[in-house]
Design a protein around this ligand. Sequence first.
Ligand code: ADP
Length: 549
Amino acid sequence: MDQSERLRRALRPFAWVDGDPDPRGLQAGFVLLVVLDRLLRRAGGVPLGDGNWPLRGAALALLILLVVMVLPRSWRRTPVIAALAVADLGVVGVSSLGPQDGGTSLLVVLPALWLGNRLRMPGALITVAGSLLLITLPSLAVHGLEGEGLSRAVPMPVAAGLVALALAAGLDLAELARRQAEEGEQRLQRTLETLEAERQTSQEVFDGADVGLMLLDERGRLVGMNRRYEEFIRLSLPGDDLPWPGDTFAADGTTRLTADQLPSARAARGEEFEDYRMWSGADPATRRAVSVSGRRSVSPAGNVVGAVVAATDITELMRALAVKEEFVATVSHELRTPLTSIVGYVAILLEDDTLSAQAVAQLRVVERNAARLTALVEALLQEAHHAGGPVPLEREEVDLARIAIASVDAAAPMALAEGVEIECDLRGPVLVVADPQLLAQVVDNLVSNAIKYTPRGGRARVSVRRDGERVELTVADNGIGISEAERGQLFTRFFRTRAATESAIQGVGLGLSIAKAIVESHGGRIEVDSECGRGSVFRVSLPVGTEAG
Ligand code: ADP
């Protein structure tokens, strides 16, 4: 209940304060009070005085009531009430001309209230002016300026004016408060409408997104999910009979996930993850592969307020990858068998002493190229074998310095042929828990690249050192180098720099991507620092590791 409503209720007994008052009711009430006054006077034996003024006043009030009664209904408006109030001031003026005023003058309060109510501040002025003209002046005229006349005449307009003023000010204030409250309410309403519109837009965006989204609160409870996410879940739970989490599978498409391994469960535990691949659904025709990421959402104050899980459909990508891997594996496999027989027969032929020097030279070319093809096929097969995923490792404690020495020894003939000098800084042992075969493959690749991509007369340097809990292998050369623009793609499959292809240096661009996969499977990283035309430095850093396994 607002302030103005409270005021209205308080004044309800005075019917003229609230709503559009009926002048007949107002005047009837006034007449009643006047008549009551006269009766009480009579009962109390108060003399009416010479001019019978109190009775004349009562008669005037009755006359006014009669006039009001015959007025058309449409006239019952503010001007009529204002005129009525002024006329009743006249009634009070006439009545108080008697010898003893009694309570008559108090009735001035009623017209003052009506004027204050209907006309506010101007009403208060009319009250003062009307009282002066119709009450004070006649009273002074009849009773003269002696004390009694003055004391009866002067306070009345002041009191009447104050009553009208107080009511006008009170009503104005109440109205102002009501208007402000209404404006506040309208503003609030507009803000609520804007918020609702924004909420609807966000909901539409949320639901229409091609990415499945799920929101969790800070305690890991579900806040909401969009339609796309629901679709993924429905694929996993085609019927009501399947226990949670239904048909959800790991990236291999066959290993069932437990409820704990679901992205929602991981996010609820506060884990953050990226590109978590899984399959929803068991039916090969309808199942979808998704890549899911989970992120904690943090308020501007830095508190964790929940988590967001986002799932992207990668079915086509997964199918394309599977087809590609199968294709590469099949082709490589089909190439390996004839290649083995080519290599074998060339070796047998080369043992024949009767061959001419020219035939031997030609067979050597066949042998070299067959060896290159074999290396390529091996690389393709290896790549297809663990494409995208971690390389399976057989770890044991190995000396990285020893592996590097073996690599440099094996590359020595090649370095000699290419006119590249190899230096070593290999004070061992530098122990690390790793897969020796795969680590040797990485070092071989880096050393042979350093020789391949360094022009005749250049130098390559291999060093190994332990740095706290990590070991570091560095292979540096002063060869053709790699431009900054190309460095970012260096470890992607089949990428070769322009300088390498233009110089017709042979290679297929698989060695570094395989090396990266191997290093990362060990929990390490491989980086390159290079300048075009000045040389390159490849750095492999691996955690020392504690257990073989
Ligand atoms: P490949 O040597 O068979 O082409 P890699 O994956 O080992 O394949 O290397 C990819 C590419 O990186 C190479 O083709 C070459 O362009 C560039 N590269 C590798 N090592 C070096 C190096 N030491 N100096 C300059 N370029 C290099």
